[in-house]
Design a protein around this ligand. Structure first.
Ligand code: PMV
Length: 311
């Protein structure tokens, strides 16, 4: 155990789903890139058990909660972390999140991985990957209902990989040349759990159409994997546009997401799509040659866009 002056730190990556969100919940493969930014957690002995989430982009406190098995998602997640590690007492966990929060960039998984890594050091098990994975699986199911596991895989590992749900999940690392993408938040997003439930209702209402859309997403992912490996950016961009259209047909896009995609494409992006659960949240555009022009066009239209290099 640590003394009251010690601080232990853990980190987790945010993520960008390049292809295949939602269909991945229904068994199709998806391609995801871990982001160079995500969450950093610090644990220390304090006056009471408290989880503080700070928005690293604004510096403001996003949430401050105590552990509770019957509270909101964050309170339950904090309780689950302490329970899995059999921890009690006045433990303060302070997490700074450097990606838009709750917007499809994997902030919750990055937060859980960072906090779990710092807490496992606190209990004297700095390399305890099993406990970290157990914590993140539990907290992601609190936040997401029926998660595919893609967010936690990205938050734990980073890099670009193809992910297929299963026991165990299949994770195949992909080699991709670094490339510029432009990301913007388009508006508030409902919870991932509620978007996953909406897509579940779409499957119930139209089982054959929904499973054919999922299969088409799987074909897009297969072609995208080949194009990414060759650095064939114009094909990657076209496939992003197709994937966005399939997400529109699942009912998870919004006018704001569609508008941001159109603005980015008109400003020279090779392709654009929503990323994550949709219903708001983030879109990203592929802009290997002219990311500044795409950022500017989005900013002129009032979007808070930024450029990032993946992987
Ligand atoms: O957590 P989000 O908003 O990035 O969404 C995760 C991707 C989904 O496919 C929508 C859900 C899942 O668990 O795979």
């Amino acid at each position: 155990m640590m003394d009251a002056t010690q601080r232990l730190v853990g980190q987790g990556c945010g993520k960008l789903i390049l292809f295949g969100e939602h269909a991945v919940v229904w068994g199709q493969p998806a391609i995801v890139a871990g982001l160079p930014r995500g969450a950093t957690a610090m644990v220390r002995v304090t006056d009471k058990a408290k989880l503080t989430i700070v928005n690293g982009r604004t510096g403001g406190v996003h949430a401050e909660v105590m552990p509770s098995a019957i509270g909101n998602g964050l309170e339950q997640a904090f309780q689950a972390m302490l329970d899995i590690l059999e921890l009690e007492g006045p433990i303060g966990v302070h997490v700074t999140i450097d990606v838009p929060i709750g917007a499809g960039l994997g902030s919750s998984a990055a937060m859980s991985v960072a906090a779990a890594r710092a807490l496992t050091q606190f209990v004297g098990k700095p390399m305890a990957t099993t406990e970290v994975e157990a914590i993140v699986a539990r907290t992601e199911s609190i936040f997401h209902g029926n998660p595919s596991g893609i967010d936690q895989a990205a938050a734990l590992g980073g890099g670009i990989f193809q992910y297929t749900r299963g026991t165990p999940a299949s994770i195949e690392a992909l080699w991709v040349e670094p490339v510029s993408v432009v990301v913007t938040e388009t508006g508030p997003a409902p919870s991932t759990a509620s978007m996953v439930e909406d897509v579940g209702r779409f499957h119930q209402a139209h089982p054959q159409i929904a499973s054919r859309i999922d299969e088409l997403v799987g074909e897009v992912v297969a072609d995208a994997r080949t194009a990414l490996a060759k650095g064939d950016w114009s094909t990657v961009g076209e496939l992003m546009n197709v994937n966005h259209g399939l997400l529109v047909s699942m009912g998870v896009s919004t006018p704001g997401l569609d508008r941001a995609c159109h603005i980015a494409r008109s400003a020279g992006a090779l392709g654009a799509k929503l990323t994550g659960a949709g219903g708001g949240g983030c879109m990203f555009a592929l802009a290997p040659e002219s990311p500044e022009a795409v950022v500017r066009a989005l900013q002129d239209a009032g979007f808070d866009a930024f450029e990032i290099t993946i992987p």
